[in-house]
Design a protein around this ligand. Structure first.
Ligand code: GDD
Ligand code: MG
Length: 394
């Protein structure tokens, strides 16, 4: 793969935010380096990509997606990555989870690969979390709550269980398997070129095509993403005193991390998870004067933003879904300890303008989930380990 080099970095304490890097070439061959590599270009050879992918789990959260899309998604994950599917699909009246398992089983048989699939509400997972002292994911009945974040965090714990060093998230509702392949390649390349061990790669889709009367329109920005990015940039601008537009991936569902970083971030429930990851890092390591937070000393935490070549086409889930996502994204920013007054006002104005918030009201406060490193992992491992066969598809 060839990727543009870092041109610009915004720093907030120990958090390094790299500006967007475009993918120049999807496959740049086997050789490590060309002697005459063009200036400003990084080459990541195939052996390096494969080596990174061997150390990587791809976590796919899914809930009642069309089986055809689910199958698209798993077929695009590179062979070397461990596939971990965390499903919250219905078991009745149709047992969609069993159908997903069956689809995966067939795929594994033909591709000679094993994969992991768990239901988010599996009693073994809930009991393991409960007994390991990690009940932030559980409801009053002691069962894992609904929510994409909840599924993703189970994926982080399973990545650790299977001794992988990196993990990347990929949504299941994807129309093009080739984009899944590209995300996994961009994860491997980005995590390899990162200068610091604690690193994250967030994907910016090249386009998100829409159907208009005149035909296809290749739209660049999603409605929620555009507003979330504006509010996160406002936050960084007012905290640092220098206006910036560095954040382009505030809502990036497709993102990857070193496990060491994934374990140490406090998350937020549901769809607030992606902006909350950035906020949690600013809160903890952003060197914000009134929080006195510079715990990481000189070690950097690095966030790369990589723009794909492929456009992204996924399911259209309707206006109510978009509204909820916007409310929870902006709610996480609004209630963060690092959020300045100017950004709070911007959020209120935006939500009122969209008719999602009444005058005088505040957006919802997200449910926070403590960092996965807080779990008694040995206990979790023991309980999951005793039952692991029910989750492995060979
Ligand atoms: N395990 C699990 N549990 N998965 C879930 C749940 C749940 O409760 N709810 C949704 N998912 C899965 C979906 O099946 C899909 O694979 C993925 O999570 C993303 O959910 P979508 O409902 O498709 O969200 P979206 O496409 O509107 O938004 C996505 O992109 C945004 C950026 O544009 C998500 O990834 C957002 O988190 C992201 O901000
Ligand atoms: Mg989607």
């Amino acid at each position: 793969m060839r990727i543009e080099t870092f041109r610009y970095t915004e720093r907030l304490g120990a958090v390094l935010l790299r500006d967007v890097q475009k993918i120049i070439e999807l496959d740049s061959g086997m050789e490590d380096q060309d002697t005459d590599e063009a200036r400003g270009v990084l080459k990541i050879s195939e052996p390096i990509i494969h080596d990174m992918q061997k150390q990587m789990a791809i976590v796919i959260p899914t809930k009642n997606e069309k089986l055809r899309l689910f199958e698209n998604c798993i077929s695009g994950v590179p062979h070397e990555c461990l596939k971990i599917i965390v499903s919250n699909s219905d078991k009745s009246p149709i047992n969609r989870f069993e159908l997903e398992k069956e689809t995966l089983q067939q795929f594994c048989e033909f591709s000679k690969r094993r994969a992991i699939i768990v239901h988010q509400k599996d009693p073994v997972i809930s009991r393991a979390l409960q007994e390991a002292g990690y009940d932030d994911l559980l409801d009053e009945q002691g069962i894992v709550r609904d929510g994409k974040a909840e599924g993703m965090i189970i994926g982080i714990l399973l990545t650790k269980f299977f001794n992988k060093n990196y993990l990347g998230f990929i949504d299941a509702d994807n129309y093009f398997p080739g984009t899944v392949l590209e995300y996994a390649r961009a994860y491997a390349a980005g995590l390899h070129i990162a200068k610091y061990e604690q690193c994250m790669v967030r994907i910016l889709w090249r386009y998100k095509p829409k159907i208009h009367e005149q035909g296809l329109y290749f739209k660049k920005w999603g409605r929620v993403s555009e507003i979330t990015n504006r509010c996160l940039n406002s936050l960084i601008s007012f905290v640092s005193g220098f206006e910036t537009d560095v954040i382009k991936t505030g809502n990036a569902g497709e993102h990857a991390m070193a496990l060491s970083l994934a374990e140490s971030i406090p998350y937020a429930s549901g769809y607030a998870i992606e902006p909350q990851e950035l906020l949690s890092l600013f809160e903890e390591y952003g060197d914000i004067p009134h929080l006195g937070n510079h715990k990481n000393g000189f070690k950097g935490i690095e966030i790369l933003q990589i723009e794909t070549r492929n456009p992204h086409l996924h399911e259209n889930k309707g206006q109510e879904h978009i509204n909820n996502m916007l409310l929870s994204s902006l709610g996480s920013i609004y209630h963060s300890d690092v959020c300045p007054e100017e950004t709070k006002n911007l959020i209120l104005e935006e939500l009122q303008r969209q008719g999602l918030l009444n005058l005088g009201d505040e957006p919802p406060r997200p449910k926070l989930i403590k960092a996965p490193k807080e779990i008694d992992f040995e206990k979790f491992k023991e309980i999951v380990g005793e039952n692991i066969d029910r989750f492995i598809i060979k």
